[in-house]
Design a protein around this ligand. Structure first.
Ligand code: PLZ
Length: 430
């Protein structure tokens, strides 16, 4: 029995099976490397699902956390507020897109940020409907799962969803949905299915994460901006996965040239500590009255200290530029691999900054998803010491989420492992 197999058995016996896990039990981690309970070393291309953009245990984040722990760890902001929360709000108001007066609230998880953004939009508009997009992921709470654009496994068996949540098609050229079609369908919904005057908000990921690293065309985001302006609808950017320098800009929406009204952030915001935020137009954020927003742990001082250090690191280490560099290396490598003979299974290589993916198909002509091959590549990589995550509504996308602080030699090493894993999985299938 290895330490890992013992832990796996205890986990199966003691932990809810709904909480699915991978087979790696972490023992320690440093920047882009992780060691498991049996001392095996992995390069971490999951980064805690886009959380450790600044790497595991960035020294400046750890120092900020240690210093805060010396002062106080929790007071509840409602009871005894603290300067660091206010300072972080000021910084988020400044770095988010849009040249208008902004305000911020802090909460703990991505789902909670989404919930609060919708509450603000409802309070501001006096309307209740929300439009989200197919393939979207917005969290696992009741409203989060309703907004999520995929039934299994997220909504299945969990009963009635909150009313007035509609899904419009997310443009996805690779799957045959053009930007124009997506827009026409959305406009058709507002003409045929629901009165736009009942819609409080539209929420969109500028790059879909769980849905398959699908990049919203900038023109589509601009069209949504115009549509929302026309109908008085609040436009919410869910930047939980795409934000915090991952795409080569601070936020995914920064590539579009238009600003959303509200931005949700989490994951990379606090470098491994639970913190999320909603930042946006002051009058929308302030539509909710005193006592209407908050929570016991919302804006926890330790997590706030970590986030403030993360913002320093993103600026001082120029992580947006690093994301671009990392992305260029990854895409060059994957594009060359896809062009090789016998690699007809790589249907698409796509990405923006350091948010890159490959979509696996049985063959390019049919474009049929190959979920088994995808799972095999992930397993081959794990056996070789590389942590990969799959995603995609068809379970056939491999997403690459290295820390933005990964040393270039480790990036190259990881891409060697990825290539070997794909070759082995293809050989196995043949
Ligand atoms: N919005 C865009 O990507 C979380 C989900 C992992 P929480 N994505 C990882 C899983 O299977 O539960 C996510 C996201 C976007 C919201 C969320 C929700 O963030 O911090 O997991 O609540």
């Amino acid at each position: 029995m290895t330490a890992t197999s013992t832990l796996a058995a205890r986990k199966t016996a003691a932990v809810a099976r709904g909480v699915a896990t991978r087979g790696i039990f972490a023992a320690r981690a440093e920047n882009a490397e992780l060691w498991d309970a049996d001392g095996r070393r992995f390069l971490d291309f999951a980064a805690g699902i886009a959380v450790n953009n600044t790497g595991h245990r960035h020294p400046r984040v750890m120092a900020a956390v240690a210093a805060q722990a010396q002062a106080f760890t929790h007071t509840c902001f409602h009871v005894a507020p603290y300067e660091s929360y206010v300072a972080l709000a000021e910084r988020l108001n400044a770095v988010t897109p849009g040249d208008f007066a902004k305000k911020t609230m802090l909460v703990t998880t991505g789902a909670e940020a989404v919930e609060n953004a919708i509450k603000m939009a409802r309070a501001h508009t006096g309307r209740s409907g929300v439009i989200a997009f197919t393939g979207a992921f917005h969290g696992r709470t009741l409203l989060g799962m309703a907004l999520t654009g995929k039934v299994a496994p997220y909504k299945k068996g969990f009963g009635a969803m909150p009313p007035e949540v509609l899904h419009a098609p997310f443009p996805n050229a690779f799957h045959g949905v053009t930007e124009g079609e997506a827009l026409r369908t959305l406009e058709g919904m507002l003409a045929a299915s629901v009165d736009p005057e009942r819609i409080a908000a539209m929420i969109i990921e500028p790059v879909q994460g769980e849905g398959g690293f699908n990049i919203a065309p900038p023109g589509f985001l601009r069209a949504l901006r115009a549509l929302c302006d026309r109908h008085g609808i609040v436009l919410i950017a869910d930047e939980v996965q795409a934000g915090m320098a991952r795409t080569g800009r601070m936020f995914g929406f920064d590539h579009s040239g238009v600003a959303p009204d509200l931005v949700t952030m989490a994951k990379g915001l606090a470098g491994g500590f639970p913190l999320s935020a909603v930042t946006g137009r002051a009058e929308i954020v302030d539509a909710a009255g005193p006592g209407g927003l908050g929570g016991t742990y919302a804006g926890n001082p330790i997590a706030v200290a970590a986030a403030s250090a993360v913002l320093d690191v993103i600026a001082d280490e120029d992580l947006c530029a690093r994301a671009e560099q990392i992305g260029a290396v990854i895409r060059a490598r994957l594009t060359a691999l896809a062009a090789r003979q016998g690699m007809d299974c790589i249907g698409d290589v796509r990405g923006i900054g350091a948010m890159n993916a490959l979509e696996l198909v049985t063959d390019r002509a049919s474009n049929a998803p190959d979920a088994p091959l995808t799972a095999r590549i992930v397993a081959e990589a794990e056996a070789r010491g590389l942590i990969l995550l799959s995603c995609g509504t068809r379970y056939n996308v491999i997403r690459l989420l290295p820390p933005l602080t990964i040393p270039m030699d480790q990036l190259a090493e990881a891409l060697d492992l990825l290539e070997a894993s794909i070759e082995a999985a293809v050989m196995h299938a043949a």
